[in-house]
Design a protein around this ligand. Structure first.
Ligand code: NOJ
Length: 555
């Protein structure tokens, strides 16, 4: 069936086998945060039917695949990352039939579909956790410390704030690295392995093309669950190996899943993939998740986290490419997602930088993920009233975005814009504006679960369509060129000489310049401008690169 899907790679798949160059190596994958994408029934919450109706928009945008965030049965304690039934669709989002129809409609348009899988924890409403006998075997229960077990078993903190342990009325404690409603599974139990393999097969049978693996670095905990002895653990996430994150044992799980994915795909002549959401302290440790016998992709959060400075960008790009090349994998670039401050805001509240950063990302070798709304240049919403907030971290007095996502670029945002409102995650999850002058801007026939700003009328899809200066048309043009020019996507790149503050690199037939400074920089015109994030001028063979801009040149 994948044979019918369009591939961004010029090389076709070998007939009759799922192995080949690998469609994911340079795919552009669009993240649909289902709750905020499009609402078909007027309850103010996006749903699968709404997403299906908008698939032609994504096809027209020029992406290769969509990643759908969790739509499974869930009490929604953490936006659906608390799953009560991995094989059922939550009524908020529709039915299994809606999921089936969405997958089919995407395939009919030549779009692949990736869904989330959440293996580190379930909802506390999951039948396993509800049954005390099963729960004891399949989750991480421990006796407390102190005279009567009144103290948590160790000093681990929840990513969302507070202790990572909750005491049951039976007196023992269970581990939850996230909210108390998200108990951690016991991956020493083979039944847990078997269940997740069965869940994957269930969705593969429904036709999905891969999985985004939530907390892919978390399933295995250090033996004995040792104390960390550090009071601010959230700051250590992604900075060092912790007894609960990036333990070497997780790789055996990924190897088993790769065997499953390859076996499933090979039998059907398609390639199904896994993408790791993994926080690893270095590019080298992240690359371990994409060794040839592990997952296919891992989000490059170090790139997302880089400040808007040419030296810092260059070193993160070099480190990422070197690390992934050492294992033969592509790099998977990303600038925004549902856990971090939108990059328009994070990069100093500058749409110019956001547009330039996107063109830079799309010119780099490898695959890229886009987060819904970034193609509209949406900023983070920074004035949400407390009563509409839903991020569990907000209620647990936990950390800002850095705890569950990357830190923020405070250096290039002296006005504090980098942290958004206060770093929590609702401000990047506000429903999309599609059309019209007033909320809900065509999001659906009702309202929207988070209020949309009153001044988004000019940012809607309808308002930007056909306006060559709009961010939407910039994304469309970039994705169209990426498909058309064989030098983009997977393949070689080399740095070219450039003045301070400017990056220049070549891809086959193409040169990309990025001016990270806030003012124009002149340089000998390297070729003919193909696409630029801001108007570039060429006079007498001298090019003026506008401040905070990126340009693709035909050479
Ligand atoms: C990462 C997800 O992206 C985030 O939204 C969620 O809160 C945590 N994992 C826990 O599942």
């Amino acid at each position: 069936m994948t044979q019918e899907l369009t591939s961004p790679s010029p090389a076709p798949q070998a007939p009759g086998t799922g192995r080949g160059p690998g469609w994911w190596r340079d795919a552009v994958i669009y993240q649909v945060y289902v709750r905020s994408f499009a609402d078909s029934d007027g309850d103010g919450i996006g749903d699968l039917r709404g997403a299906r109706e908008r698939l032609p928009y994504l096809k027209d945008l020029g992406v290769d695949a969509v990643w759908l965030t969790p739509f499974y049965a869930s009490p929604q304690a953490d936006g659906g990352y608390d799953v009560a039934d991995y094989r059922a669709v939550d009524p908020l989002f529709g039915t299994l039939q809606d999921a089936d129809e969405l997958i089919r409609a995407a395939h009919d348009l030549g779009l692949r579909v990736i869904v989330d899988i959440v293996p580190n924890h379930t909802s506390d409403r999951h039948p396993w956790f509800q049954d005390p006998e099963l729960a004891r075997q399949r989750y991480l229960f421990r006796p407390g410390k102190g005279e009567s077990g009144e103290l948590p078993p160790n000093d681990w903190e929840s990513v969302f704030g507070g202790p990572a342990w909750t005491r049951t009325d039976r007196g023992d404690w269970y581990l939850h690295l996230f909210a108390p409603e998200q108990p951690d599974l016991n991956w020493d139990n083979p039944e847990v392995h078997a269940e997740f393999e069965a869940i994957m097969r269930f969705w593969l049978d429904l036709g999905v093309d891969g999985f985004r693996v939530d907390v892919a670095h978390g399933m295995i905990k250090a033996p004995g669950l040792p104390d960390i002895g550090h009071g601010a653990q959230a700051q250590l996430i992604g900075a060092q190996v912790l007894p609960f994150f990036d333990q070497d044992g997780v790789h055996a799980i990924h190897r088993a899943w790769r065997r499953l994915l390859d076996g499933y795909g090979d039998a059907r002549g398609k390639q199904v993939i896994g993408v790791a959401e993994a926080w690893a302290p270095t590019a080298e440790r992240l690359a371990l998740y994409v060794r040839p016998d592990e997952l296919h992709q891992a989000f490059n959060f170090q790139f997302l986290n880089a400040p808007w400075q040419s030296d810092a960008l260059r070193s993160v790009i070099d480190a990422s490419l070197a690390a992934t090349a050492s294992v033969g994998a592509p790099t998977t670039w990303v600038l925004s997602n549902h856990d971090v401050v939108r990059h328009t805001t994070r990069l100093g509240g500058s749409l110019a930088r956001a547009r330039a950063a996107t063109l830079l990302m799309l010119a780099l070798p490898g695959s890229a993920y886009l987060y819904q709304g970034e193609e509209l240049g949406l900023p983070e919403v920074t004035d949400l009233p407390d009563e509409v907030r839903q991020d569990p971290a907000f209620f647990r007095g936990g950390r800002a975005t850095g705890a569950v996502g990357p830190g923020t670029d405070t250096e290039s945002a002296p006005d504090g814009a980098a942290g958004g409102q206060d770093g929590f995650r609702d401000g990047c999850r506000v429903p999309l504006p599609w059309s019209g002058e007033l909320p809900p801007y065509g999001f659906g026939p009702g309202g929207s679960w988070l209020p949309q700003p009153a001044d988004w009328g000019g940012l809607t899809v309808a308002a930007q369509t056909g306006d060559p200066a709009s961010t939407l048309e910039l994304y469309r043009a970039a994705l169209e060129l990426r498909r058309r020019l064989p030098g983009l996507g997977d393949g070689p790149m080399s740095w070219a000489p450039a003045p301070d503050g400017v990056l220049a690199f070549t891809r086959p037939g193409l040169l990309c310049t990025v001016n990270t400074l806030g003012h124009d920089v002149g340089l000998p015109a390297p070729g003919t401008p193909l696409l630029s994030s801001a108007p570039v001028t060429v006079d007498d063979a001298t090019a003026q690169l506008p401040g905070d801009s990126c340009t693709w040149w035909a050479i």
